[in-house]
Ligand binder design. Structure first.
Ligand code: DX5
Ligand code: ZN
Length: 223
């Protein structure tokens, strides 16, 4: 397993995104971009035009996390922006198999996300199709919330299912990931970590990314 740190810019300074991204680019695997439409979640971040610009200007690959309604259509549009990975919520999709196929057809990694109250059962059949599973460890919508440790059973269920496939599927957690919680999520089976406020509220964001990676890799070696 390989540890990936994907900082979320949700809590960064939106007026200076280039320099905010530059702070962590050298130490991060991908930049996690949260797209919220104020329909699927009660918050709004970027419209398609602004998100596309961020994606094309980003010096490292972008992991687009779509928290939007009508994702069967919008997900395909995002797969054409140059994003490296497009993740949609199972709760927002009417035809997840088709959406995964359409995203992958464009040479983009396809991810499926589940909210805390959505059981693993809802995505069990998709594990063999996707490139990433995202287990939310907060209710999607806002940064800075507390990590939900009760989601670790679901992370472990996904890891067990992935262990029986030979495919390279990433297992991401998002919400409340920090130096205090990353080892818990690693132990449960996650290998890809979104961290928003832990990174951008720290004095030295790059150092925090390195610290998170060190903690996760260390925990992984001890498993
Ligand atoms: C929440 C977003 C997260 C958020 C995480 O809906 O999907 O990516 O930025 O922020 P923290 O790390 O502060 O919980
Ligand atoms: Zn996110």
């Amino acid at each position: 397993m390989h540890v990936r740190i994907t900082p979320s810019i949700l809590n960064a300074d939106f007026n200076n995104l280039d320099s905010e991204i530059a702070k962590v680019a050298a130490d991060s695997d991908l930049i996690h971009l949260d797209i919220m439409d104020n329909i699927f979640v009660p918050n709004f971040t970027f419209d398609f035009g602004s998100a596309s610009k961020i994606i094309s200007n980003c010096p490292i690959p972008v992991d687009a996390h779509l928290m939007v309604a009508e994702v069967d259509r919008i997900g395909i549009e995002y797969a054409e922006t140059g994003a490296s990975s497009v993740t949609f919520h199972i709760e927002a999709s009417e035809n997840p198999e088709k959406l995964i196929t359409e995203i992958k057809k464009r040479g983009v990694r396809a991810g499926v996300a589940v909210k805390p109250n959505t059981p693993f059962n809802e995505i069990i059949d998709l594990v063999n199709l996707v490139d990433m599973v995202l287990i939310m460890t907060v209710e999607p919508g806002f940064g800075g919330q507390s990590f939900m440790g009760d989601q670790m059973a679901k992370v472990a269920q996904v890891r067990a299912a992935l262990n029986s496939t030979q495919r390279d599927v990433w297992l991401q957690v998002d919400g409340g990931i920090s130096a205090e919680t990353i080892e818990i999520a690693t132990k449960a089976g996650a290998d890809t970590f979104v961290a928003g406020s832990a990174v951008y509220k720290s004095e030295d964001p790059a150092e925090m990314v390195r610290k998170l990676r060190f903690l996760a890799e260390n925990q992984l070696n001890n498993l």
